[in-house]
Design a protein around this ligand. Structure first.
Ligand code: SF4
Length: 387
């Protein structure tokens, strides 16, 4: 009997549990698969070259045992987890590695992984040096970097990235973003039509398959969710802000404690997809502007032009808009330990929300199921305080 193709949320579950499954299938079919880190990797250029980009994810369930020989234990635990997994050969199927300069930890990961220390070093590795400011010259600099990246992919794959190919690719990704925004829209109502736990699985699933398949999957998921009859019980609506969340452990713990995570700003969430790329004459510049100006990651500093209040609005105003639009009652800051990037912004975000009357829970965590499990009492106490 032929195996029935899984669709919608069923397929999401399958991809969430077997994250490298589809990439390995495609690789066996002769496709070039590349791993990338963080929200700043311009996936549009990779797909236009015929590459399947898949996001490098860590594993909160797997203890780090091999990475300690190469990177200090006081480095970002998410990066250590990614390196540990690579050292254990779990990314041995990727043909290439693309790392944009998010932070010094990701740079360390790139330097180690591409140096040949990791037993299976991909044939291609590229580091994208992204500026940390948002001046017009910052975007110009990034345009040059993206041009270099495009050329190196053309050389590696032998595929010319024409304007037409890049336009098609940008449109596919913009479609992907629109579908994800539509899905987030289904969480605005009370109670939301899907849980934060389900959304986390969908976000992971969409990052480990080609964009065309991701668009098809999202279409199925949206149709399935819109047809839902069983509406979940209303709970305390929360916004979760922070770094990498690529496992349901944290969100599940929060939701089991009596909340609905209805919106987020983390590395796989809105930060990675909210803003479209403009399709115009200079596509590389459009990409550069989108990634440098619109990806609201604390690694990019929005320069302070006026007073403190304006600077805070400039930096975190978009979060407040989300909080209002999704009618949240509180905010959880999930900061991965030793992450200077987020640690530096967290006090500002906390103060910004508290001044506006939102209760805030600031968590610092080791990116591990063990430490996440220990957060339950704090989350419960926080929810009791809100209710
Ligand atoms: S969590 Fe922080 S330190 Fe770790 S990769 Fe992200 S920005 Fe870098």
């Amino acid at each position: 009997m032929p195996v029935k193709k899984r669709v919608g949320l069923d397929r999401v579950q399958e991809l969430y549990e077997n994250r490298d499954m589809r990439a390995k299938e495609l690789k066996a079919e002769g496709r070039t698969v590349m791993g990338y880190m963080c929200c700043l990797a311009p996936l549009e250029i990779m797909s236009a070259a015929g590459i399947v980009p898949i996001r490098i994810l860590g594993n909160v369930k797997e203890p780090v045992t091999r990475a300690d020989a190469h990177i200090e234990t006081i480095a970002c635990p998410y990066v250590r987890s990614c390196l540990d997994i690579a050292l254990k050969g779990k990314y041995d199927f990727i043909d290439g590695l693309v790392v944009p300069h998010t932070c010094d930890n990701t740079y360390a990961l790139y330097a180690i992984w591409s140096s040949g220390i990791v037993p299976i070093t991909p044939k291609y590795h590229h580091y994208i040096d992204g500026p940390h400011m948002t001046f017009p010259t910052s975007v110009e600099y990034f345009d040059v970097e993206l041009g270099r990246f495009k050329e190196s992919l053309e050389e590696f794959t032998g595929n010319k990235i024409t304007n037409q190919k890049l336009t098609n690719s940008i449109r596919l990704y913009n479609r992907n973003r629109a579908l994800l925004r539509e899905l987030y829209g289904l969480r605005k109502q009370g109670p939301p039509l899907l849980t934060g736990t389900e959304m986390t699985k969908i976000l992971v699933a969409c990052r480990v398959i080609p964009v065309e398949e991701s668009n098809e999957l999202l279409g199925e998921v949206i149709a399935e969710i819109k047809n839902r009859r069983a509406i979940p019980t209303p709970k305390t609506r929360l916004l979760v802000y922070g770094g990498e969340i690529d496992d349901t452990a944290l969100i599940e713990l929060i939701e089991e404690s009596g909340a609905n995570v209805v919106v987020d700003d983390h590395c796989l969430g809105v930060r990675s997809f909210w803003h479209d790329v403009q399709v115009d004459k200079n596509l590389i510049h459009s990409l550069g502007a989108r990634y440098i100006l619109n990806v609201a990651c604390p690694r990019t500093y929005k320069q302070r032009e006026r007073g403190y209040k304006e600077a805070m609005d400039n930096r975190f105003g978009y979060l407040m808009e989300f909080a209002k639009e999704y009618k949240v009652k509180g905010v959880i800051l999930y900061i991965i330990r030793y992450c200077d990037t987020f640690e530096l912004d967290a006090p500002g975000v906390r103060e910004y929300f508290q001044k506006a009357g939102y209760p805030v829970l600031h968590i610092e965590d080791d990116y591990s199921v063990t430490t996440i499990g220990q957060l339950k009492t704090r989350v419960q106490a926080f929810l009791e305080m809100i209710d």
